[in-house]
Design a protein around this ligand. Structure first.
Ligand SMILES: [Zn+2]
Length: 467
């Protein structure tokens, strides 16, 4: 059996889940579920990133210990993903002692390679990003992604990782047939940055106690990124699954953390002599009603709010359908309602209900269900929107057009023409539902059950119109 290992980033635990984190999680779930339909042995990993200065600071402001803070926040992510019917096989927390052990082992390997040295660091640091910034990355002297007060001047003694040593090899890999980075636009972006020159990065923190101590120097903790990235590997070590899922087939992540995954993570693995992941995919962002999504603007949409309006399956559908694979995508509750009514209520839902009612009792031959290669290919490329369009065009729109053309409701119940057209449409409905199972798991299961061997009417509308 073929293995397939897919990951989302582990989400930073200082804030609650939003439609932004749901975007990556739902897209990964669609890919994972599709690979299960293909008969593969899938391992889908998500989790929370719980160390670092920002978490310590947030916990302090809340008047509790960082561990208590994490223990309160992690369940919010677990619940949000349960609510969205996410089929992850494990949820990793970086405060898990088993993870910490693997982090220490990997860092020790990097140290043993001679890829770590001590140096004084001085420069600008954004507490929001938990990363040092070069002068070039600053806008008006601060990190453009966070409020000005988050950018601070730092001077400390750190352990550094020889990132620069691995840059030629990484460039060669990205430019080769074995390129792991997609889509194309992100590949060029990373290559340009690599070729512009890369300096070594600090691997530890002197004054951050909320982290994993370095195995060779207990006075310093691992820089949160060096701890977090290792989660993808550590879970495949400490879980002791029957299968060794490493290397990952696909790391899915947003563009703000592309550099860490496309370059730093690869260099760490090269240094530790661990196999590299096969693919890294970086997506763009959602904007909400044409504004950047942000906590301070208060315009984020919690998954819970979406589910209250649209239900679980339709929320997944709307999130996946807007997946930003080629530039930022503007979303909003108003837009979602339009899309829901157009696609699910008026189109797919209406077709299922018409065919069920008109064809009640008609026998259907069993067909072998198989996913179309084109659909599989589009989903693997994260072109989920195009994949859904393809299914609508191939099965759903075609059937609606056929019904409107033949108007079987005007024909007698036993008319062979009526039976024939309803059989064709029912077959298309089943094919559409089968392909859309990874996106609409519960509703599409109901549809395929209802049309199994015989057409039966749906008891209630699957996707009632929303005002
Ligand atoms: Zn920042």
């Amino acid at each position: 059996m073929k293995n397939f290992y897919i990951t989302t980033p582990i989400y930073y635990i200082n804030a609650e889940p939003t439609v932004g984190s749901a975007c990556t999680t739902v897209a990964a779930d669609v890919v994972a579920r599709m690979h299960r339909l293909l008969g593969e042995n899938v391992f889908y990993l998500t989790g929370t990133d719980e160390h670092g200065e920002k978490v310590a600071e947030t916990a302090k402001n809340a008047g509790i210990s960082p561990q208590d803070w994490c223990d309160q926040m992690a369940p919010k992510f677990i619940e949000a993903w349960k609510l969205l019917d996410i089929s992850n096989d494990f949820f990793i927390r970086t405060t898990d002692s088993r993870h910490k052990k693997v982090v220490a082992e990997v860092l020790q390997k990097i140290y043993d390679q001679g890829d770590v040295y001590q140096d004084q660091y001085e420069g600008w640091y954004c507490v929001g990003c938990e990363s040092f910034k070069t002068e070039k990355e600053l806008v008006d002297n601060h990190c453009p992604l966070h409020p000005p007060e988050k950018t601070v001047k730092k001077s400390e003694k750190n352990w550094f990782f020889r990132l620069s040593k691995y840059v030629p090899e990484i460039i060669k890999l990205i430019e080769s047939e074995n390129n792991y980075l997609f889509p194309e636009s992100k590949k060029s972006e990373v290559l340009a940055k690599l070729k512009a020159g890369v300096t070594d990065v600090s691997l530890s923190r002197e004054k951050v106690s909320w982290g994993i101590p370095l195995p060779w120097d207990n006075s310093q903790t691992a820089y949160v990124w060096f701890d977090a990235l290792i989660n993808y590997y550590s879970a495949t070590r400490f879980l002791e699954e029957k299968t060794d899922f490493w290397p990952a087939d696909l790391h899915l992540l947003g563009k703000e953390i592309l550099w860490f995954h496309a370059v730093i993570w690869q260099a760490m693995l090269l240094s530790a002599k661990i196999e590299l992941p096969k693919k890294v995919y970086s997506h763009d962002f959602y904007t909400i009603d044409n504004q950047k999504m942000s906590k301070s603007l208060g315009n984020t949409i919690p998954p819970k709010e979406m589910v209250e309006i649209f239900g679980v399956d339709a929320s997944r559908y709307l999130i996946a359908r807007s997946f930003p694979n080629n530039g930022d995508v503007d979303i909003g509750i108003g837009r979602f309602k339009e899309k829901y009514n157009a696609d699910l209520a008026n189109n797919f839902g209406n077709l299922v209900s018409r065919v069920g009612k008109l064809g009640d009792g008609i026998d259907l031959e069993k067909n072998k269900l198989e996913l179309s290669d084109k659909y599989v290919d589009l989903v693997n490329q994260l072109k989920i929107d195009e994949a859904v369009n393809f299914i609508f065009e191939t099965y759903i729109d075609k059937s609606n057009n056929l019904l409107n053309e033949v108007t079987p409701w005007k024909l007698e119940a036993g008319d062979p023409k009526r039976i024939e057209v309803l059989k064709i449409c029912a077959k298309n409905v089943v094919m559409a539902a089968y392909h859309l199972l990874p996106i609409l798991p519960k509703s599409c299961q109901v549809i395929t059950d209802q049309f199994d061997g015989k057409i039966r009417p749906m008891e209630s509308g699957l996707f009632p119109r929303i005002k």
